[in-house]
Structures are given as C-alpha cells and as structure tokens.
Ligand binder design. Structure first.
Ligand code: COA
Ligand code: MG
Length: 263
C-alpha cells in the first residue's frame, strides 16, 4: 500500500501563474498541476511551459492530456507522480509507462473505464485510482450540471473496492460548488464511508474540510488504542469488540499516521 498521504489533492491550472505560485504555499497533501481540462485549449503550450516553476509543500503531481507524450516528458522533469485522465484499459496505462518511470494515478471517469477497473488496478506503477465524477456522470448520461453532484455511489464503490483489492489508494474527485462547505463535507464523508483515502479540491478554501474529514480525531485514536489492548470478545464502551474490531482500530491508526505536519 502506498503511504503518500492524499487527503486533499488540489487542482491548479498550469496556465494560471498566480495560482501556481499560491499552490506552493498551501498545505494540500498533493498539488495536482493540471494540463488537461482546467486549461483552455489556446493555452495548452503555455501551460506546459509553466511546469518548471510548479512547487508543492508535499507531493507534486501533474495531470497530462491523454495520449500526450510531450506532456509526460515535461512532467517527468518536475513531478513526483503523474495523473493519467480518462483511463479505459490496461493498455492506456502501459502506453504511459513506456514514457515515464514515475508513479501513476489513474482516473476512472468513463463507463468503459469502470467496467475495466479491476484489470487497470493491477497495472504496474499505479499508486492510486481516482474517481472522476464530472466526466463519469457525462459518460453515464446523468442530467446534472455541477461536477460532484449526481455521483454514482455504485461507481464510487466499485473504484474503491478495486483499489483496495490491489493495494492502491482510492481518491474521490472534486466538488465544484465553491461556497458550499456543508455540501463538500457531505460529499467527502460519503467518500470516506465508501473507503476513500482523500478527495480532490479545486479551491484553497476546501482544504481544511478535507483534512478534517479524512483525519481521525483524538477521540477515535484513543478508542482505537484501547480496542487494540483487548483480546477475544469483550464488552467495551457498550460495544462487543473482538478480533475484527482490532482490524478496524488498526485501520484508523494507519489513517492517523503521517498526518502530523499539516493541518
Ligand atoms: N490553486 C491555487 N490557488 C487558488 C486556486 C487553486 N486551485 N483557486 C483559487 N486560488 C487562489 C487565488 O489565486 C486567490 O489567491 P490570490 O488572491 O492570493 O491570488 C485566492 O485563492 C482566492 O481565489 P478566488 O478569487 O476565490 O478564485 P477565483 O474565483 O478566481 O477562481 C476557480 C475560482 C474555480 C476558477 C479556481 O479556484 C480554479 O481555477 N480552481 C481549479 C480548477 C481546476 O483545476 N479544474 C480542473 C481540475 S478539476
Ligand atoms: Mg475528468
């Protein structure tokens, strides 16, 4: 299992110099510098030329355009990890692997990608599966107009199960309603409940909520530690706890590990 934290993955259009500079100062677990759908068609070349100045406090990812060898070459020079969008088959991953030795995050965001997700998850170099709610809703024909609304729970669950079956992280896509903290929190909590490790953000104001949702709190950590001190089936705080509960506790403590240095 990859241990690189990805509670929050902030998308930053590579064509926006001001946001690129700001991103370097932000406490996101991962900055995803975007060459794909966040960049206007006329700005693609300029966006790629901006990559050398991209920085992140922790992980720096670059999302390339599907099939662009030039994007991958540029990403190789700066990124810790490359995000491959619209992956629909193991061959899509293999084609990228011929161009980079960097770890990969693959976006599952079409119905074809979803029906092949278990095979895609077994490809080498893949560290995480990302669910892409906007493109997926379009591919499925869901009549919504806001990215993140109408996200198929079945699709989200299938991506998470495929990720975990093959030792990968599962990361949810963005919630595009910018001034809706309650909606963002509900969306993140649903992802957490389905087994996701984190979620994309599109604005700095979303980071704090994501860190809050995807980091166990002190009470959960303390209870997990007490559960680990039990043996066999016993009563603890009104619950029956046993060996399976200890696995849950280990999972909570694993999520808590490695998040001490960011808010
Ligand atoms: N990354 C880094 N900084 C960002 C940011 C981002 N994604 N979004 C906003 N900011 C910064 C702005 O630069 C501004 O900081 P500054 O005044 O110091 O320059 C501050 O946060 C407030 O920004 P705001 O005025 O509220 O944003 P906006 O209304 O101009 O832009 C969006 C809104 C949605 C266009 C913008 O947040 C964005 O481009 N997000 C990413 C979109 C993306 O990558 N989409 C594709 C993948 S899903
Ligand atoms: Mg997409």
């Amino acid at each position: 299992m990859a241990t690189r934290p990805r509670r929050s993955c902030l998308a930053v259009p590579a064509s926006n110099e001001r946001m690129l500079a700001k991103a370097a100062t932000l406490p996101a677990d991962e900055i995803v510098v975007d060459l794909e759908d966040g960049v206007a068609h006329a700005d693609k070349e300029r966006a790629r030329a901006n990559l050398p100045v991209a920085r992140a406090q922790r992980t720096l990812a670059v999302r390339v355009n599907k099939g662009s060898a030039a994007d991958i070459a540029a990403a190789n020079a700066v990124a810790d990890v490359i995000v491959l969008p619209k992956v629909e088959s193991p061959d899509d991953v293999a084609a990228a692997r011929r161009l980079t030795h960097l770890p990969l995050e693959v976006q599952i965001e079409t119905t074809l990608g979803l029906v092949n997700v278990e095979a895609i998850a077994q490809e080498q170099q893949v560290e995480a599966l990302l669910f892409g709610p906007g493109d997926f809703a379009a591919s499925l024909g869901v009549p919504v107009l806001t990215i993140g609304s109408g996200a198929s729970e079945y699709a989200m669950a299938r991506v998470a199960v495929a990720a975990k079956a093959f030792g990968l992280q599962a990361i949810d896509g963005p919630y595009a309603a910018l001034d809706d903290e309650a909606g963002l929190r509900t969306s993140a909590e649903r992802a957490l409940a389905l087994g996701y490790d984190g979620k994309w953000a599109i604005h700095p104001s979303q980071l704090e909520t994501l860190h809050d949702v995807f980091t166990p709190n002190e009470a959960e950590i303390e209870r997990a530690r007490r559960i680990l001190a039990t043996d066999g089936a016993v009563r603890l705080d009104g619950d029956m706890v046993d060996e399976a509960t200890k696995k849950l506790a280990e999972g909570v403590l694993a999520r808590a590990a490695g998040h001490d240095d960011v808010g």
